[in-house]
Design a protein. Structure first.
Length: 682
């Protein structure tokens, strides 16, 4: 603020010494006061080599229509050799401001002579006949019931408070294409109206005797003469503001007058005004933040998709495990059924052998009836041999639902072995599926539940860990069952089968004729030998009966074990089915998380990122139009500065230029558009 005051003081000194303070443009100018310009140069600090300064001062009617306008065009050289520079400006009533004589006109340009030690300049003044880039319209209206507009000349006769409304419109617009990209890199190009970036301030001074009833959004102050002032800061271009703005306030008094107004506007670039620069930087960082957020959400969405795929695979594995458990349960029921049939056959064998032993005893004691008894015994032995069977018996088809009506013991054992093999295969499959399921679930837990950044809720991770543990236990139980079934097959059923072969061999001589039956045939011819043979046969039958009893006991135990195995596998099948259902729910939840969660949020962020990106692109486009806002083109290689000063005078003010207002506007001009220092912050 101190530097701005120094610049204003130096400028006023320059204008006073140069004749700028004269009341009209026809007065004779005086020579440039070099010391005053040196004071201004020192206040400004380091300056460009050449500067073209353009100051447009417009006097408006009480309604805001242009009444007259003047342009001051100044060429400034800093430490440059003397030379002539041609610059476009108005030539209507053209005159020098800082030297005598008439300016040299070359077509629509004026020739300025500058150069020499320090800072040198040459300035002209002329009527400005171009349209002003910012239009101002003033309206006056009564308040309350029956409110109506008032002609400014009729203000002294107004009855009651009066609303004063200024409408400011930026007319420096052209349509052009503006391009921007959202956070995913998708580019959009649209034709937009781009306005020259005008900012400035409006200062209203109320005449003596006029009171303030409502200041609206203005900053209220008091000048050195004790008059009430209203100040507004204006930004007249999107996206920082609007191309049109309304300023309203209400005055009251017994004799109202048109309030005096002074408005200064200058074009600014993003790097000149701190407020604009802050907004541009904020928009730029918002665009960068949206890009970073989009990249992170894209990675998160990809991870959610991978999780959905992994849980779907888990559900498929659990479904296979449930099928394997169901197959194992079915096989175990077949094993239990075969074991019961084996136990029944063993009981029948034991009973038959006991009967055989009793018959032999009876035979040995009742030889007179030996022929008849031998015939009956031979028939019984033959039936017993058929019930036991031998290694030549053909293997029965495996159909647990249609068991044979009269199977031999050998065939029943083969049937049991076949059932065991199917159960063993089913249990092996269940063990494999359970192990694979446990591994899959463990991989999911490791990928999405392990520190430092788990992607699943803790509750879901706990459930997954429990599922992995249960699948591992099921795999271990199933593996143990396989080993037990193999042991039954190799250690129990094979030995029983070998025992049956031995019994079958004892009853058969290899050509399907029981040897006991042959002996009975011979008994008819040799009863003496029959007595000894029947005694031995009775002893062998007793031993066989004991073996058959042991077989029956083992078969009963096998049936009990098979029943327990069936119950266990039934529970396993139920648990596997529940686990498969939970895996399906987990897969559905993961897909919903990706489709309705991460993917949706990602799309919303990408869609929302287009707004700050478009605003940033529009702000840059407006900033690039700052050079278009000069009253006339700036000569090539020069730095251009322009300011527009508007004034509405009260009826008691004199005509001619309002040079204090010019001084205020010139601060904008000389300071290169640094408007932030002149703003009053609320």
């Amino acid at each position: 603020m101190k530097k701005t005051t120094q610049v204003a003081t130096a400028l006023l000194a320059v204008m006073t010494s140069s004749g700028w303070g004269m009341a009209n443009a026809d007065a004779t100018p005086v020579r440039n006061d070099t010391s005053a310009f040196q004071q201004l140069s020192a206040a400004l600090g380091k300056q460009p080599d050449f500067v073209n300064e353009q100051l447009v001062v417009a006097e408006l009617t009480a309604s805001g229509l242009p009444d007259s306008a003047t342009i001051v065009n100044r060429i400034v050289a800093n430490e440059q050799p003397e030379q002539q520079i041609s610059a476009q400006t108005s030539t209507d009533k053209l005159r020098y401001l800082d030297q005598a004589g008439s300016p040299t006109v070359d077509g629509d340009s004026v020739v300025y002579t500058v150069g020499g030690p320090g800072q040198t300049s040459s300035a002209t003044q002329a009527n400005f006949n171009k349209p002003l880039p910012v239009a101002l319209h003033a309206e006056y209206a009564t308040t309350g019931e029956g409110a109506k507009g008032i002609n400014p000349d009729d203000l002294p006769q107004a009855d009651g408070p009066v609303w004063v409304t200024y409408t400011l419109t930026n007319t420096a617009m052209k349509r052009q294409e503006v391009s921007w990209s959202d956070s995913q890199g998708n580019q959009t190009t649209k034709e937009q109206p781009v306005f020259a970036p005008f900012v400035g301030s409006v200062l209203v001074t109320l005449p003596q005797g006029v009171g303030l009833a409502d200041a609206g959004n203005a900053v209220v102050g008091t000048n050195q003469r004790g008059e009430t002032t209203l100040l507004w800061n204006v930004v007249l271009y999107p996206p920082m503001g609007n191309f049109q703005e309304q300023l309203k306030y209400r005055i009251t008094g017994d004799s109202l007058q048109v309030p005096a107004l002074s408005m200064q506007v200058v074009p600014v670039t993003n790097d000149q005004d701190p407020a604009v620069g802050f907004s541009a930087d904020l928009l730029s960082k918002t665009v960068e933040g949206n890009e970073t957020m989009t990249n992170g959400l894209t990675s998160l969405d990809d991870s959610a998709a991978e999780l959905a795929s992994a849980t779907s695979q888990l559900a498929a594995g659990q479904a296979k495990q449930a099928q394997g458990a169901a197959a194992s349960y079915s096989g175990s029921r077949s094993l239990a059924s075969g074991s019961n049939q084996l136990a029944d056959g063993s009981d029948q064998l034991a009973s038959g052998l006991k009967q055989l032993a009793g018959g032999l005893n009876s035979l040995s004691s009742q030889l007179p009836d030996a022929v008849v008894a031998t015939r009956k015994i031979r028939q019984s032995v033959q039936e017993l041999a058929w019930a036991i069977g031998n290694e030549h018996d053909k293997e029965l088809p495996f159909d647990p639902n249609k068991p044979p009506k009269h199977p031999t013991l050998v065939q029943l054992l083969w049937l049991t072995q076949e059932a065991l093999k199917q159960v063993e295969k089913a249990v092996e499959t269940s063990a494999k599926n359970s192990g694979e399921s446990a591994k899959l679930v463990a991989e999911v837990v490791q990928a999405h539940c392990a520190p430092p950044t788990p992607t699943l809720p803790e509750e879901d991770c706990t459930k997954l860990q429990q599922a992995a543990t249960k699948s591992g236990i099921a795999a271990a139980y199933a593996a143990g069952s396989v080993a037990g079934l193999k042991l039954i097959d190799s250690q129990l059923l094979e030995r029983i089968l070998e025992g049956l072969y031995q019994v079958s061999s004892a009853l058969s001589n290899g050509d399907n004729e029981p040897s006991i039956s042959g002996a009975l045939w011979e008994l008819e011819n040799a009863l003496r030998k029959a007595s000894t043979a029947t005694g031995q046969l009775s002893s062998g039958a007793s031993s066989s009966a004991n073996g058959a009893g042991q077989l029956a006991s083992a078969s009963n135990q096998l049936a009990g074990g098979a029943s327990q195995l069936s119950n266990g596998l039934g529970q396993l099948a139920g648990g596997a089915s529940q686990l498969a259902g939970g895996a399906n729910q987990l897969a559905a939840g993961s897909q919903q998380l990706q489709q309705q969660g991460t993917a949706k949020v990602l799309k919303e962020v990408i869609d929302a990122s287009s707004k700050p990106a478009s605003a940033n692109a529009y702000l840059d486009a407006a900033s690039e139009r700052a050079d278009d806002a000069t009253a006339y083109p700036v000569p090539s290689g020069m730095t251009g500065r322009v300011a527009y000063v508007y004034s509405i005078k009260t009826p008691d003010q004199h005509g001619g230029l309002s040079w204090p207002a010019v001084g205020m506007g010139a601060v904008f001009l000389a300071a290169g558009g640094v408007v932030g220092a002149n703003r009053i912050r609320s």
